[in-house]
Write a protein that binds this ligand. Structure first.
Ligand code: HEC
Ligand code: HEC
Ligand code: HEC
Ligand code: HEC
Ligand code: HEC
Ligand code: HEC
Ligand code: HEC
Length: 398
């Protein structure tokens, strides 16, 4: 009799567990498939167990760095000071909106009909700092179009690298997608030779969890089946990685564009040795834009401490822009009493403003007015003693 009751009880528990299986859990919908077999399922499927990380990740520049054009991404563009950009050869590029779509219309004379209308289907750049560039399809070929939206000036500007006369488009090669999306399948995905034709339906926009954590399907299945297992299973663990492996994952996109892809783009996985995939930049002085790894690894802080990596200061799941209190606290952890002689440092002084100053990029320059090319300012990761910045800070103090 007693046992009978237990059975009924167990069956009830089982049924209610099954019930929550269908109601609480989202099904594992693939949003993309790597031809090597990796299935991309998107961050929705992480929410049930990692809600806080998913919510905070959605605020990051990584997640926002690329998407299809949507009404909420269009909104800031509608507020630009002018909806056009004039080029040196008297071409006017006008940005127009119809049914939540964005178009670039090129005309020789503003009163005449445009001679070319290009759809801007894809937005690149989180728009948290510099702004956005725009890509669009012609059949299966992907191009960048000439205008970019520049956030600090709230204007349409000539995109970095375009001439100041009209150029209809520029092909977008997989390396650009490798840094700004989770996955994109080029038609010749098995080859490192760059082409700009893609499988349009197999692109995973934004940099999501799987970009840095690899394949997740088995992990999700395991933890759904064993909800009480509190140790992460069937997933790569950064705690098992060496310093180099931890840095290489970030270096895929933060050590410069590289001189050459040695293996197909999008074949690097977390834990791999990056030097087998990309021949790194030959420049002796790494540029501040997109080469944080090159600069950090030249710093004394890195060279003379054993375990420094990007996560010493950054939480990759958080938007930490301008959180100087947090970053300074990281410096002070290792330098509780720095020896300052000429610099009279008071407690509220910002370590990073002197030792990691914002510098102009040599590679990324933008044309805000038709005659000036302004370098984009990026915070250097070469932590050092900078004379000029310090002098100007001292002057400000006087
Ligand atoms: C059914 C629950 C469940 C789901 C769904 C789930 N996880 Fe987990 N995951 C866990 C548990 C439990 C752990 C171990 C505790 C922890 O680290 O939070 C874990 C740990 C992890 C870890 C850390 C591994 C380590 O040891 O360093 C990563 C990374 C991770 N999950 C990524 C993901 C991603 C990405 C998704 C979505 C695609 C996901 N998880 C979906 C339950 C889940
Ligand atoms: C797939 C390429 C890729 C990988 C891998 C990657 N990043 Fe990024 N990261 C980017 C891109 C692209 C941006 C600029 C996004 C934008 O603003 O549109 C960026 C921006 C950032 C920023 C600036 C955030 C802000 O608020 O402006 C930080 C910090 C950062 N990454 C740290 C890391 C760290 C740490 C890792 C390794 C754990 C890493 N990234 C891995 C591509 C990547
Ligand atoms: C830019 C790369 C990057 C992205 C994108 C990313 N992670 Fe992580 N994640 C890391 C790194 C690096 C660590 C290891 C942190 C450490 O050891 O200091 C980590 C650690 C974790 C951990 C275990 C420890 C912790 O910090 O809680 C979990 C769980 C996790 N990530 C889940 C996710 C989920 C879920 C997403 C997507 C919403 C995601 N991550 C997106 C790089 C990333
Ligand atoms: C090697 C990786 C890499 C490649 C390749 C790359 N980018 Fe970036 N991009 C970055 C990183 C990292 C940042 C932001 C941080 C920085 O400047 O270091 C960035 C920033 C941007 C931003 C500014 C976002 C903002 O608001 O701050 C835009 C727009 C952009 N990239 C577009 C492109 C386009 C378009 C391509 C291809 C033609 C491209 N990038 C190629 C890594 C890359
Ligand atoms: C993991 C520990 C660690 C962290 C975090 C760290 N440093 Fe260092 N740093 C070191 C070590 C070790 C040295 C070399 C010994 C020394 O000069 O104290 C060093 C050296 C320096 C130097 C001397 C550089 C030179 O060229 O003479 C400066 C300046 C410095 N750090 C500033 C900073 C600032 C600012 C931060 C925060 C953004 C920071 N450090 C974060 C460990 C660290
Ligand atoms: C010693 C601390 C420290 C370490 C280590 C560190 N960073 Fe940073 N990082 C910072 C600070 C401080 C900023 C400035 C944040 C701000 O202005 O909001 C920053 C900003 C950035 C930015 C945005 C740059 C810009 O101006 O737009 C990127 C990208 C970035 N870090 C990537 C990395 C990567 C990749 C690594 C590992 C190679 C790394 N960081 C290691 C302290 C650090
Ligand atoms: C106003 C600019 C300025 C600020 C702010 C500043 N420093 Fe410095 N720092 C210097 C200068 C200049 C030197 C070289 C010694 C000197 O001339 O005083 C130096 C030297 C150092 C050194 C090398 C000397 C040593 O102790 O090994 C470290 C480490 C250091 N600073 C860390 C920090 C930290 C951590 C902070 C934030 C709490 C900070 N600094 C804030 C300008 C500054």
């Amino acid at each position: 009799m007693r046992f009978g009751f237990c059975w009924v009880f167990l069956v009830l528990i089982f049924l209610s567990a099954c019930n929550s299986y269908t109601s609480e859990y989202t099904t594992l919908e693939p949003i993309g498939v790597h031809p090597n077999g990796t299935i991309y399922i998107g961050m929705e499927s992480c929410k049930e167990c990692h809600l806080d990380i998913v919510s905070s990740h959605m605020q990051t520049a990584h997640w926002l760095t690329s998407s299809m054009m949507t009404p909420d991404r269009l909104l800031p563009l509608l507020k630009a000071e002018k909806n056009y950009l004039d080029l040196k050869d008297d071409t006017r590029l006008t940005y127009s909106f119809q049914n939540d779509s964005l178009f670039q219309e090129a005309s020789r004379n503003p009163l005449e009909k445009p001679f070319l209308i290009s759809p801007l289907n894809i937005i690149i750049g989180s728009g948290t700092k510099v702004g956005n560039s725009f890509l669009g399809w012609e059949d299966n070929s992907l191009y960048q179009f000439q205008g970019s939206y520049h956030l600090p000036s709230n204007k349409w500007i000539n995109s970095p690298g375009f001439p100041d006369f009209f150029q209809a488009k520029r092909p977008i090669f997989p390396r650009c997608m490798e840094c700004h999306t989770t996955f994109a399948q080029s038609e010749n995905w098995q080859s490192p030779i760059p082409i700009n034709r893609y499988n349009k339906n197999n692109i995973v926009f934004g940099i999501d969890c799987q970009r840095c954590h690899g394949s997740v399907v088995e992990h999700v299945k395991h933890h759904r089946d064993f909800p009480t297992d509190s140790i992460g299973k069937k997933i790569l663990a950064y705690s098992d990685f060496s310093q180099k492996q931890r840095i290489d994952m970030c270096a895929l996109c933060h050590s410069g564009v590289g001189d050459q892809s040695l293996l197909p783009v999008f074949s690097f996985k977390p834990g791999d040795d990056l030097s087998k995939f990309i021949r790194s930049q030959s420049a002796s002085v790494p540029d501040v834009h997109s080469n944080q790894v090159g600069l950090l690894t030249m710093s004394k802080c890195f060279l003379e401490s054993d375990t420094m990596d990007c996560m010493t200061c950054h939480d990759p799941h958080l938007n930490e822009r301008n959180n100087s209190i947090k970053f300074n606290a990281r410096c002070i952890q290792c330098h509780p009493a720095p020896k300052h002689f000429t610099a009279k440092v008071s407690e509220e002084w910002d370590c990073i403003s002197c030792h990691m100053p914002v510098q102009g990029s040599r590679q990324m320059k933008i044309q805000i007015t038709s005659d000036s090319l302004v370098p984009v300012g990026v915070r250097t990761h070469k932590i050092a003693i900078y004379k000029e910045e310090i002098d100007s800070t001292l002057q400000l103090q006087q």
